[in-house]
Each structure stands twice: as C-alpha cells, then as structure tokens.
Design a protein around this ligand. Sequence first.
Ligand code: XIL
Length: 313
Amino acid sequence: GESLRRLAAARGILLGSAADDTGLRNEPGYRHDLGSQFAALTPENAMKWDAVEPKRGKLQWGGADRAVDFAQQHGLKVRGHTLVWYSQLPGWLSSGGFDAPTLRRLMTAHIAKEMGRYKGRIRTWDVVNEAMADQSGLRKGLWLDTLGPSYIAEAFAAARKADPGARLAINEIGADGVNAKSDTYLKVVQELKRRGLVDEVGFQAHFNLKGVPPSMAANLKRFADLGVDIAITEADVSVKDPGTPAQLTAQAKVYADIVRVCRSVPRCKAITVWGFTDRHSWIPDSSPGFGSATLLDDQLRPKPAFTAFQDAL
Ligand code: XIL
C-alpha cells in the first residue's frame, strides 16, 4: 500500500517516528522502514544532555550525528529532542551544586552548542520538555529549583539566538486532555507566544487502552487559538503483554483516534510516534508487563494498528 508518510502528507501532516540508535546502527530492516514510512524522525535519546555531554566539556555527538545524517540521506526532517529537561541529565550537572548564575550559563551554552552544531539541519526543536507539574504550577527539579520560573523563557530566548531559522517547540506529557496540567501549560505557552518565543506546542500522547482523553480535540484547539502550531510528538498505545487479538483491535482504534484528533484541528500539522516497532519501544522498560505499544510487531510486521492508522489518514 501507500506509505504512511505519503498518506499523511496528503493531509498536510508531517509524520515522524522516534529513532532508536541501535536500530539505526545495526538493523537494515529498521532503517528501511524508518526511511520509507516516515517523513521525520526524533532521536529518541541521542540528543539528550546525558548522551551528548556525559563528562563535562567532553562532547559526544556520535548518536546525534548518526540520526541527523540518516535523516538527510533519506529526506526526513529532524525534530531535535531535547535541550532543557529535568531528566536524563549527566551526573556532573544534576549533582554539581551549581549556583544560579553558573547554571544559567551552562544552560544557555548547552543550547548554543547543540543547536549551533545542527544549525539549518533541524526543522523543530523541543527546547523545554515536561516542565509542568501534574497538579499545578511548574515541575520541581534542577531548573525550577535553581533558576526559578524564568528559566523557560530564558531557554527559548537562547534557542532563538542559536538558530533563528529553527521552529521552537515546548513539549509536555499528560497534558493531552483538558486538565490541571494543560491549564498551566496554556498559561506558559500564552506568555511565550506573547514574547514571540514559541512556534509549536507538543502533546506527547502516551496512551493505553483507556484511549484518547475525550477532551483532547478541545484542548488542542484552545492552544491553536493562541496562534501556535500543534504537534502530537510521542504517540504510543501500551497494551498488557501478551496482546490478545481483542486488545490489538482496541489499540488500533486508539491509534486511529489519535490521527482523527489531529485531523480535526487545522493547526495540528505533525504526528510523531514514539517508535514504530515493538522491537524498539520504551514501554516494556518503563511499564514492566506492558509492551506491544507500536504499529509494527518486533519482526516489523504490521499490526492492526498500522492498518487503522493508514485508514484514518
Ligand atoms: C524515553 C526513551 O524512550 C527511553 O529510551 C529512555 O530510557 C527514557 O526516555 N517523554 C519524553 C521522552 O519526552 O524523551 C521519553 O523517552 C519518554 C517520555
């Protein structure tokens, strides 16, 4: 059949997947499907701070370069992920005890270095990731605790400077429907947009068989009304192992609903799945006992979700 990327493109949707470095390095089948079914990739871990600077000042771009080079060779766009996040920080940084001025300098220098290296080659950057707390306000962690709430706008200002041609995104988990977290998110985005610092708002869409939150379309619309583009950035649908046929059918419906939500919001212009094969998915690691969260099985064979995704596009 027609590739997912072409079906999505016909709807004005840029379709991407997270890219796993092991797959990119060693697996021809993985590379083939990523390069032919998707129009964009997000390096799953290779651009995170702990990956690029495990020791202070010793920059390691191997995995990040591999992803960007692969994308360029196969005509895929890249979503850079991610510059400022509370997680996957190198130990020297998270337990360094830096004071605010020093930490601020480290943050802006990191943004300048990483964005500078790939200037002109990355379409969109997830500048700040998962900065909202679940209940209300901003998430506690190194950045908020040391720099205060202004770190978000400071990171975006540094990103604008580092690559003025890149689209700048903020990205969030668990803010897919209308809830306390997305209420906070909306206020943060509104302020960033007022200052011309954000272009796109990401919703991760890590789901399970409970399905898409009923208020998701309404939620995305209230963000779009601020004048920003919308992206679904990390879609997956976890299933308890081993997935029964009935569960895989239910999963297929959730994937189709994700596509339908995006299609119902005119400014929703990108969908990224967080892995396209059960061979390389974070779900079994993060939720033991669960897996089967992606479109293709671990032998790269299409699951019902793949067909449903096609049909919904
Ligand atoms: C996950 C990766 O998929 C895993 O391989 C890694 O061990 C942990 O991080 N939200 C994000 C992603 O923004 O960066 C996370 O990726 C999943 C949740």
